[in-house]
Design a protein around this ligand. Structure first.
Ligand code: NAP
Ligand code: GLV
Length: 327
């Protein structure tokens, strides 16, 4: 008998076919609305496998309801939406999709960096509003990227890829990570810095740590005040790492220059959110990994991980290896 799998969104065709061949699927029928809690709670009861996205909260309650569950696969690298320790206690392997999205997400981080420095979105809006009367010496002038200092908080896969891009702009790269990484210092010449030192010396600060109890509210007004008045803050990691109220105050009070945000505490970010009123904020709808090729690869990798876990094999990208060590 084919294992029953709950899929919480419409997913790319190739990945769907992989799952369909081997499993009996229950699929949330919408592509633009997340599965409701009610749907999840009802359908998890029979499911042996769960294929989910970062929009679903897979907490203890869901896991308790899903007592036939033996595999969870998320189509994302970040898994802060899943109670991994509860899954581990139940012996359920949790898998994610690292690596395949690294370069695409690093591109987006750099796009935000450039957009905030050179006021790209603000300038485009200015033109479309019909305010462009003439070329003018100081019109919409921004900050230079070339030769500037880039500070990366979280020197993991994507952090390293962002750092590599900086060499083309002749930037100095500082990084902060909970574990110092001599290999990137040696290979790329990145310099390790304590968090406060990185904040005070960088022209661009890019956040790339996972969301956790250690990184929640990592950046509040105390940290923002350490930054240069001309600096941009870029968050492509998770909302909640930067305190949004403090960020708003810093951007309106001239504490920092601009912010580029792909992620928010609440997603979708409410349209009346104060940050969206600011011309020095470039706000995106969590599209870090959103290239056609990368999203297709992520969907396939998540399917492959799920099928391997259901077959009792160690999936390619396992978040909780303890599950296999225990057995
Ligand atoms: P990764 O390779 O695991 O890198 C994360 C890095 O952060 C690691 O080097 C880790 O250090 C470091 N770190 C963790 N906690 C820390 C702390 N408290 N203080 C300092 N450093 C800490 O992950 P990744 O693939 O680069 O992805 C990073 C994050 O980006 C994901 O978790 C996800 O939230 C986000 N993301 C967002 C998008 C998007 O669409 N916007 C797309 C992809 C990823 P260790 O070496 O000690 O583990
Ligand atoms: C996206 O945010 C991811 O974690 O893959």
């Amino acid at each position: 008998m084919k294992p029953k799998v709950l899929v919480t969104r419409q997913i790319p065709e190739d990945a769907l076919r992989m799952l369909e061949e081997a499993c009996e699927l229950k699929i949330w029928p919408h592509s633009d609305v997340p599965a409701t809690r009610e749907f999840l709670e009802k359908e998890i009861v029979d499911a042996e496998g769960l294929y989910c996205l970062l929009t679903e909260k897979i907490d203890k309650d869901i896991l308790e309801k899903g007592n036939r569950l033996r595999a969870i696969s998320t189509m994302a690298v970040g898994y802060n939406n899943i109670d991994v320790s509860a899954a581990t206690e139940r012996g359920i392997p949790v898998s994610n999709t690292p690596d395949v999205l690294t370069e695409t997400t690093a591109d987006l981080a750099f796009a935000l960096l450039l957009a905030t420095a050179r006021r790209v979105v603000e300038s485009s809006d200015f033109l479309r509003r019909g305010e462009w009367k003439t070329w003018s010496p100081m019109l919409l002038t921004g900050q230079d990227v070339y030769g500037a200092t880039l500070g990366i908080i979280g020197m993991g896969r994507i952090g390293e890829a962002v750092g590599r891009r900086a060499s083309g702009f002749d930037m100095k790269v500082l990084y902060h990570n909970r574990r110092r990484k001599p290999e990137v210092e040696e290979k790329y010449g990145f310099e390790y810095a304590e968090l406060n030192q990185l904040l005070s010396q960088s022209d661009f600060v890019v956040i790339l740590v996972p969301y956790s109890s250690e990184t929640a509210n990592l950046i509040t007004m105390d940290q923002l005040r350490l930054m240069k008045k001309t600096a941009s803050l870029i968050n492509v990691a998770r909302g909640g790492i930067v305190n949004e109220k403090d960020l708003y105050d810093a951007l309106t009070g001239g504490v920092i220059w601009a912010a580029g945000l792909d992620v928010f505490e609440t997603e979708p970010v409410p349209l009346d959110h104060p940050l969206l009123t600011l011309p020095n904020v470039v706000a995106l709808p969590h599209i870090g990994s959103a290239s056609i090729r990368t999203r297709t690869k992520m969907a396939q990798l998540a399917a492959e991980n799920l099928l391997m876990s259901l077959a009792g094999q160690r999936p390619k990208c396992l978040v909780n290896p303890e599950v296999f060590e225990k057995n």
